[in-house]
Design a protein around this ligand. Structure first.
Ligand code: SER
Length: 870
């Protein structure tokens, strides 16, 4: 706490404004999933798209490097100084000071304020790149000479000393400060300068000073920015390691609570642990932080996008615990308390969301552990069925990976324990195939913007007041998403609402004379409002009429206001633990996720519905404040959502100051009466501790009720207009149950009769007793029962049955135990071969196997082929 504060104080004294960390989960930027550097939140300022509130700022930023250009995930745990989530201490100049101050202040802070030994430091500078047209960084070199000896100023190329945020975006040469923490003895043997940038765990980078002066464009070229900027980032955990004299970031006091916890849980202290156990402990200590902070910022583990990355991180930690530390029960959720105590001074989101995060983590752990268990069982079965094989099929390993979340190294480990190997080539081939399938479907390639009317101002959104206006096209571009080509367009002023806060983007037209361009969707890219259109203009110059489809907007707006009313009603009815966790407001329906720990009962839903409809009928007028200081808005009762960025001034939407007060950028009705009607259509669970409701408004709600009514009418007719419909259906179900029971009894009788007849027909082939027959049965279950029945109290017998069940041929091959243990036959292998006759496949265990196919006419030949096989 003290060190973090010292950093911030230092820059505050140098006239920097201290700002908050941006959320760790990035919204509205297609090039980035998570915040990977302190500078992300300032991207638009660097690019000259947005003006800064202050030209000097400093902060500590939560960063996550697990995807995209900066990805350290695989190293984490295996080495002693990388992290997935880490804090980056940074100071920035937006067109203000440059290299001289950045370098001298960094030096002053490290050596004078924090007291690091200058003799242990090395600095690196950019050596220049001819192909990029960037010359060596002489200015930084000159500056460093004032503090550091020449032989400690090292030059490196693009990989180390040219910083880029991603494939496109702000970039520039950088200068890094490295520190050598080795013992005097080691230092005298090997010159520290040779270990810089060489992955030595004790000679590490601690601070990166980036001199932002370019924008990397999609075509790969560098464009000079109108102004030069400073972006510095110092790894907080590494700084602690240096100041606390430790060999690893994991040995600093930041990780003490987690270490002690793990020691208690496992009975093994970190110091005593074997190397794989230490790795596992580091993985867990690291990953739990990434998990806690991303969930706190609103990202819930899921099967797609950012949610999937989080799920994988969580599973990686859980799996290391399971494999190396024998932690077969959920345990990570307990670590959230420890993190909260550690971070409550800086990151209040952990404090406020603690219970919620715990629940989510616990549920995820439980579900993954049960998958591990199921997968392990499948693995055992596989081994039994493939007793004679040394290698484990790559396709099977991939299935474990894909369906049960088994990381491949876990499968390899389990295989090794059984003296087998995994066919890694086969596995890789499957993995590649899957990757390229999903890449082809989602890869986004953007062309550069073609500027029609260059402007340094951000496009303006005027759609709160107008659905139609005359404007100019600023720029357009082509994008390629998977196989699909799409087009995008930016307007100087626009009535189109860009998707945000759950409200979907506006649709409509942009027209000039005969040129009619359809707007399919509108999205934000940082602060830019991007219209997704069906084609590019032939001639973009001149004035264009931009109009939002009024009906579309109206439907969306009804749903948005209804969402606010419902949110208030939910909190009033269920309690104030209800917090928004996700929201979709479209022209068709509204969907709302919120924290609540049990089903919302029907009576509760009805009560909420009634309350919302009463508010609608009351005709409450909209009170809208476009530019209210955030403090004032909070004082009026507005709640800020975690993971959302808010400016100093906010938009406040009020429907009755005593009822619904929300921070919101969306569009709303003038009077609640416009909504007419509100109707829930579903209530379900969306994730652990989160419920999801869907509802309709206006004519959609009415249409839904009508549809329900006609369905009821049809049911009533089908049941021949009973007095009590529910009772009639109950009777029907009961009768059905009776009939099924009777049918089962009949089938059992048939099976036993059949078995008697078939026993009579047993033949002898090569000293084996063989029963084979195509029988008439109506379910696979019956076929199985008959097979087992025939095997009962027999010896030396093979039974092959065929049947056409629901139009498809099936085979069942079983043998008596004595035959099975003689190892002369393998039912699985035999049935696989027989299945060819019915154009199908199958398999199973050595004593019993089944097959299914497509061609029932092949059943007799399968039945005769067994004779040859024997
Ligand atoms: N953007 C640079 C980095 O992330 C410095 O903050 O290393």
């Amino acid at each position: 706490r003290k060190i973090r504060q010292e950093f911030l104080n230092f820059f505050q004294q140098k006239a920097h404004e201290i700002v908050k960390s941006a959320p760790i989960v990035v919204k509205d930027d297609p090039t980035l999933m998570f915040t990977n550097a302190g500078m992300n939140q300032f991207k638009d300022i660097f690019l000259g798209i947005k003006d800064p509130s202050s030209t000097r700022v400093a902060d500590t930023q939560k960063c996550l490097r697990v995807s995209g250009k900066h990805n350290d995930l695989e190293e984490v745990g295996h080495d002693t100084y990388h992290h997935t989530m880490f804090e980056m201490l940074g100071n920035w100049s937006f067109g203000d000071y440059y290299k001289k101050e950045a370098i001298s202040w960094a030096w002053e802070l490290l050596t004078e304020v924090l007291g690091l030994d200058p003799d242990r430091m090395y600095v690196t500078i950019f050596e220049g790149s001819e192909p990029e047209g960037v010359s060596p960084d002489e200015a930084a070199h000159m500056e460093w000479r004032k503090y550091v000896q020449e032989d400690r100023i090292l030059k490196f190329g693009k990989k180390d000393n040219f910083w880029e945020m991603g494939e496109v975006g702000p970039s520039g040469p950088c200068s890094e400060i490295h520190i050598d923490l080795r013992s005097e003895e080691e230092r005298s043997k090997i010159d520290g300068a040779t270990l810089v940038n060489a992955d030595h765990p004790q000679v590490v980078e601690i601070w990166n000073l980036v001199f932002i002066q370019y924008n990397r464009k999609a075509d790969g070229s560098l464009e000079s920015l109108p102004q030069t900027h400073v972006d510095t980032g110092m790894g907080f955990e590494r700084l602690l390691m240096v100041l606390q004299n430790k060999k690893s970031t994991y040995d600093t006091d930041l990780f003490d609570p987690a270490r002690e916890f793990l020691a208690k849980k496992t009975g093994i202290t970190y110091e005593e642990a074997t190397e794989p156990q230490q790795i596992a402990m580091r993985v867990i200590m690291d990953h739990i932080r990434a998990i806690a902070f991303t969930i706190a910022d609103g990202q819930i583990p899921s099967n797609t996008g950012a949610g999937y990355v989080i799920r994988r991180i969580l599973r990686r930690a859980s799996r290391y615990g399971f494999t190396y530390l024998n932690l077969g029960q959920p345990f990570m959720y307990e670590m959230i308390d420890l993190l909260e105590e550690l971070y409550n001074v800086v990151f209040e989101e952990l404090t406020q969301q603690k219970e919620f995060i715990k629940r989510i983590v616990l549920e995820e752990e439980k579900s993954f552990l049960s998958k591990l268990e199921r997968g392990s069982r499948m693995f055992e079965e596989y081994l039994r069925d493939h007793r004679d094989e040394d290698t484990i099929d790559g396709v099977f390993a991939f299935r474990l990976y894909d369906t049960f979340g088994f990381p491949i190294d876990l499968t390899q480990l389990m295989a090794r324990e059984k003296g087998r190997m995994v066919d890694m080539e086969g596995f890789q081939a499957q993995l590649e195939a899957q990757k390229s399938r999903s890449r082809a479907a989602t890869e986004l390639k953007t062309g550069d913007w073609v500027e029609v009317n260059p402007s340094s101002d951000l496009p303006r959104f005027l759609g709160y007041d107008a659905l139609e206006l005359d404007t100019r096209i600023l720029s357009y571009r082509e994008v390629q998403q998977g196989k699909k080509k799409a087009f995008q367009l930016v307007l100087e002023e626009t009535p189109f609402y860009a998707e945000s806060g759950g409200q979907i983007g506006d649709r409509g037209m942009i027209i000039q004379g005969d040129q009619k361009i359809r707007v399919l969707d509108t999205k934000k890219e940082n602060e830019l409002i991007v219209h997704l259109v069906d084609k590019l203009p032939q001639d973009a110059d001149g004035t264009w009429r931009a109009s939002v489809s009024p009906n579309f907007r109206k439907q969306v707006t009804l749903n948005h206001t209804a969402t606010h009313l419902m949110h208030a009603a939910l909190r009033e009815t269920l309690g104030t633990h209800v917090e928004q966790r996700g929201s979709l407001v479209s022209d068709k329906l509204l969907r709302f996720d919120f924290s609540h720990f049990e089903r919302v009962k029907l009576e509760e839903l009805q009560e909420i519905e009634q309350q919302v409809n009463a508010r609608i009928a009351q005709g409450i007028r909209l009170e809208e404040y476009r530019d209210m200081p955030i403090g004032e808005a909070k004082a009026m009762g507005a709640m800020a959502l975690f993971g959302e960025k808010y400016g100093d001034n906010v938009r406040l939407i009020v429907f009755d100051p005593d009822y619904s007060v929300e921070l919101c950028g969306g569009t709303h009705v003038q009077n609640t009466q416009e909504i007419q009607l509100f109707k829930f259509i579903s209530e379900s669970s969306s994730a652990a501790g989160i419920r999801r409701v869907e509802a309709l408004t206006g004519t959609h709600a009415l249409a839904y009720l009508n549809e329900q009514q006609s369905q009821m009418g049809a049911i009533h007719e089908l049941l021949r207009q009973p007095k009590n419909t529910v009772k009639a259906i109950e009777d029907l179900i009961e009768r059905n149950r009776q009939l099924e029971k009777e049918l089962q009894a009949l089938n059992a009788e048939k099976v036993s009769q059949l078995s008697g007849a078939l026993r009579q027909k047993a033949e002898e082939v090569n000293d084996i007793r063989l029963i084979r027959e195509v029988v008439r049965l109506s379910s696979s279950d019956d076929l199985k029962q008959l097979s087992f029945e025939l095997k009962r109290s027999e010896e030396n017998t093979l039974i092959l049955l065929g049947a056409e069940i629901k139009g498809k041929p099936q085979l069942s091959l079983i043998m008596t135990d004595d035959l099975a243990s003689s190892n002369r036959f393998h039912a699985g292998n035999m049935v696989r071969e027989l299945a060819r006759e019915i154009k199908g496949g199958g398999g199973g265990q050595p004593f019993y196997a089944t097959a299914g196919g497509k061609d029932a006419t092949g059943l007799p030949s399968a039945i005769s082929k067994i004779v040859e096989m024997i």
